[in-house]
Design a protein around this ligand. Structure first.
Ligand SMILES: [Zn+2]
Length: 234
């Protein structure tokens, strides 16, 4: 049946139960499945590896959290972890995504790591920006591209899409420019208070049973649930 849909995962192995239920494994499988859209149905080339791999990695992670297959906290932890790796171990901030003459493959070296992890950060930042502007978020990009299979997906068409959303400045800053950011700042914008439980509270001040959550906690929860809200196609 897989062949009917043209899907080849290219991965075989006996997966022990502990691994099969790990969120990392979910993300790995979701990433590979997501290539059915981004990579198979939406074409492109090696000049935008960061779009194919980074956006795939982000959108698969976002969908897992939106579908409650991983927790929102795990989403935030993973974004933080991958963002820190992008900042510390890749060329993110040293070269621009818009450099099409760039070969993005260097065998998991700093450039390929930027394509995957920096590309994921770019996708995350774009999603945050879109939602802040009252748009449905990054899944809309997939819908728009899938609705126009004749479109050549490249730097120019992606830039045009951003411009159509009113995000030309974003494009200039993050894709043409070399701007990086601390993932924690963007997570805070979408309602994640990254303080660990109990942290920032004086001893004995922890929430007791039946105690009402604070206004801050309530508004954080509300912002997060909007961020993971999947807007159906109208
Ligand atoms: Zn991939």
């Amino acid at each position: 049946m897989g062949a009917e849909y043209g899907l080849v995962l290219g991965f075989m192995g006996d997966t022990p139960d502990w691994q099969a239920t790990s969120p990392y494994y979910y993300h790995f499988v979701a990433h590979e499945f997501f290539h059915t859209w981004l990579g198979n149905n939406i074409d492109g080339n090696e000049s935008i590896v960061w779009f194919h791999e980074g956006f795939t990695d982000y959108l698969s992670l976002w969908h897992l959290a939106a579908a409650d297959l991983v927790s929102q906290d795990w989403f935030a932890d993973r974004i933080t972890e991958l963002g820190d790796e992008a900042r510390e171990k890749s060329a993110w901030g040293k070269i621009a995504f818009a450099q099409t003459e760039q070969s993005w493959r260097d065998g998991d070296g700093p450039i390929e790591t930027m394509a995957y992890k920096g590309g994921l950060m770019l996708a995350f930042a774009l999603d945050v920006e879109l939602r802040a502007a009252g748009k449905p978020g990054l899944p809309q990009l997939m819908r728009d591209l899938l609705a126009h299979p004749e479109l050549d997906v490249n730097l120019a068409s992606l830039r045009q899409w951003c411009a159509d959303q009113g995000l030309e400045d974003f494009w200039q800053q993050y894709v043409v420019g070399k701007t990086t950011f601390d993932p924690r700042e963007k997570l805070a914008e979408v309602g994640f208070n990254l303080k660990r439980q109990g942290e920032g509270k004086r001893q004995g001040e922890g929430k007791g049973e039946g105690e009402i959550e604070s206004a801050d906690e309530r508004s954080g929860k509300e912002t997060r649930s909007q961020f993971f809200h999947f807007v159906p196609q109208s």
